[in-house]
Design a protein around this ligand. Structure first.
Ligand SMILES: Nc1ncnc2c1ncn2[C@@H]1O[C@H](COP(=O)(O)OP(=O)(O)O)[C@@H](O)[C@H]1O
Ligand SMILES: O=C(O)[C@@H](O)C(=O)COP(=O)(O)O
Length: 421
C-alpha cells in the first residue's frame, strides 16, 4: 500500500476512493480500522471512520489507530480526508486530528485544502466558496451538526489547532509546484504548520499534488488527491490494473438522513414517482415509528415492484424545532439508529441495492450492516462512486448530502443495477 487515507466520514471516504480509483490506483475503502492486514495489491487504502462529529479525543484515538494500521501496510504518504465544506466546530475535529497525526508522523507541516471545483467548492484568499456563495451563505450555515458560520478557513481552523495556521495564496499556487512547495516550507518555518492553500481549478489541485510528492502528510477534500496518483505512477509504483466491478439488478431501497439542500430536492423529485416514508425524530422517540414497522412498509412496496425511500430529510426550520424539543444529539442518534436498524432488516429481507444519502447516515448504516470493506465501481455523479461490499452481494451508493443532481436516486439505482453511468 502506497497511499494511506483516513476519512472522517463514510461518504467522504467513498468520494476520495472515487478520485483515487479514477486516477488509476487500486483502491479499497475499509469500514473502520481493519483487524487483519490488507490483501496484496491494494495501492491506496482508505480507512473510513465516523469521526467527524464525535468528541475530539475519541476522533483522535480512532484516527491514530487507523494511522498505525496504514503505516503497518507500508504507506509512504498519509492523507486525512475532510469535507469539502470543511465541516467542523470550534472544538474540532479537523484541528485536533490533524495535530495528532502530524505529531505521530513527525511531519514538519501539512497542506490543508478542501477545494473540490467539480462540485463548486473553491478556495480563494483563504475563503471557501460553494458555487458563487461564501461557505457561510451556502446553506452550510444551517447544517444540523456542523453549522459553518465563517468562510475564512484560516480563522475557522485556528481555534481547533495548536500547530499554527498558515496560508499560500492563489498567486503562488499559479506560479507552479516549486513556488508552492517553497511557500509551504516558509510558512512552516514561521511556526504556521497547517498551511491552507488556495485552489480554484483542477489544475491548481494537480499542482498541489505535484508539490506534495514525498510529503508525509496532507489534509483535504477529495480534490487534494487529484494529482497524487501521478507521483506514484512517475515512480513506476502503480500496477495499472483496476479491480473488476459489476452491478446487478435486485431488490432496492433508498435511505435519506441528509437535510442538505441537494438531498431535499432529490427527495422531492423522487417523491413524484415512488413511495416515500417520512420519518421524524418525534415519531421515533415516541415509538410511533420503528425500524421494524418501516421495514414491513418498505418490503411490501418492494414486493409490489417499487423502490421505496425512507427519509428524515427536513427543512432547516423543522430540524431546528426538533433539535430544540429533543436535543441535537438525541434527535440525530434516534435517526441514525433507526436507519441502521432498517438497513439490517432490509438486507435480511433480500435487498441487494441500497442508496444512502448523508455522511453520518451512511456511517450509521454501514456500521449497522457490519460491512468490512468496499470495492470501488464507476462514478455515478461527481464525488459518488458505485460500491460493492467485499463479502456479500450488496451494492451501495453512499451519497454526500450536497452531491448529485435532482435525479440522483434514479441514476444511482440504474448504475448499481448494472447499467452504464
Ligand atoms: N429531521 C431531522 N431532525 C433532526 N436531525 C436530523 C433530521 N434528519 C436527519 N438528522 C440528522 O442530521 C444529520 C445529517 O447529517 P448527514 O447524514 O451527515 O447528512 P449530510 O451529508 O447532509 O451532512 C444526521 O446526524 C441525522 O441523523
Ligand atoms: O468532501 C465532500 O464534500 C464529501 O466527500 C464529504 O465529505 C461530504 O460529507 P457529507 O455531506 O456529510 O456527506
Amino acid at each position: 500500500m502506497l497511499l494511506g487515507c483516513i476519512g472522517d466520514d463514510f461518504t467522504g471516504s467513498s468520494d476520495l476512493a472515487n478520485t483515487l480509483a479514477k486516477g488509476g490506483m487500486r483502491t479499497v475503502q475499509y469500514c473502520g480500522v481493519p483487524e487483519a492486514p490488507a490483501e496484496p495489491g491494494v495501492e491506496a487504502g482508505i480507512v473510513a471512520l465516523k469521526s467527524r462529529t464525535i468528541a475530539a479525543d475519541a476522533a483522535v484515538a480512532q484516527s491514530l489507530r487507523a494511522l498505525d494500521w496504514l503505516l503497518a501496510q507500508g504507506c509512504r504518504q498519509i492523507l486525512f480526508k475532510i469535507c469539502s465544506t470543511f465541516d467542523s466546530t470550534p472544538e474540532g475535529n479537523i484541528g485536533p486530528v490533524a495535530d495528532a497525526l502530524m505529531a505521530r508522523l513527525g511531519a514538519p507541516h501539512a497542506i490543508v485544502c478542501p477545494a473540490f471545483p467539480a462540485t463548486g467548492r473553491t478556495l480563494y484568499q483563504g475563503h471557501l466558496f460553494v458555487g458563487d456563495r461564501l461557505l457561510d451563505e451556502s446553506g452550510m450555515e444551517n447544517h444540523p451538526l456542523t453549522p459553518m458560520r465563517d468562510a475564512d478557513i484560516r480563522r475557522w481552523l485556528a481555534p481547533q489547532t495548536i500547530a499554527g495556521v498558515g496560508h499560500v495564496p492563489f498567486a503562488t499556487v499559479a506560479a507552479g509546484p516549486d513556488a508552492l512547495r517553497g511557500a509551504v516550507e516558509a510558512e512552516a518555518a514561521g511556526g504556521r504548520r497547517l498551511v491552507v492553500v488556495d485552489a480554484i481549478r483542477d489544475a491548481d489541485l494537480v499542482s498541489i499534488g505535484r508539490a506534495a510528492a514525498g510529503m508525509q502528510f496532507l489534509v483535504g477534500g477529495s480534490g487534494i488527491a487529484l494529482g497524487l496518483p501521478e507521483n506514484f505512477r512517475a515512480g513506476g509504483l502503480l500496477s495499472g490494473g483496476g479491480a473488476a466491478w459489476e452491478g446487478a439488478p435486485g431488490p432496492a431501497a433508498i435511505l435519506s438522513g441528509s437535510c442538505s439542500g441537494a438531498t431535499r430536492e432529490q427527495v422531492r423529485r423522487y417523491r413524484e414517482s415512488a413511495p416515500v416514508l417520512d420519518v421524524t425524530p418525534d415519531a421515533l422517540l415516541s415509538g410511533e415509528m420503528t425500524g421494524e414497522a418501516a421495514a414491513t412498509w418498505a418490503l411490501q412496496r418492494i414486493g409490489e415492484g417499487a423502490v421505496p425511500l425512507a427519509a428524515s430529510s427536513a427543512d432547516p426550520a423543522v430540524v431546528t424545532e426538533a433539535q430544540a424539543r429533543h436535543g441535537r444529539d438525541r434527535a440525530a442518534a434516534a435517526i441514525e439508529t433507526f436507519f441502521a436498524d432498517l438497513a439490517r432488516r432490509l438486507e435480511a429481507g433480500g435487498v441487494s441495492r441500497l442508496v444512502v444519502a448523508g455522511g453520518e447516515t451512511s456511517g450509521a448504516v454501514v456500521e449497522g450492516l457490519g460491512l468490512s470493506a468496499l470495492a470501488i465501481g464507476p462514478e455515478i455523479a461527481p464525488g459518488v462512486p458505485a460500491l460493492r461490499a467485499a463479502d456479500r452481494p450488496l451494492r451501495l451508493a453512499l451519497k454526500s448530502g450536497n452531491f448529485g443532481g435532482p435525479d440522483f436516486f434514479a441514476e444511482a439505482l440504474a448504475v448499481l443495477g448494472g447499467e452504464a453511468p
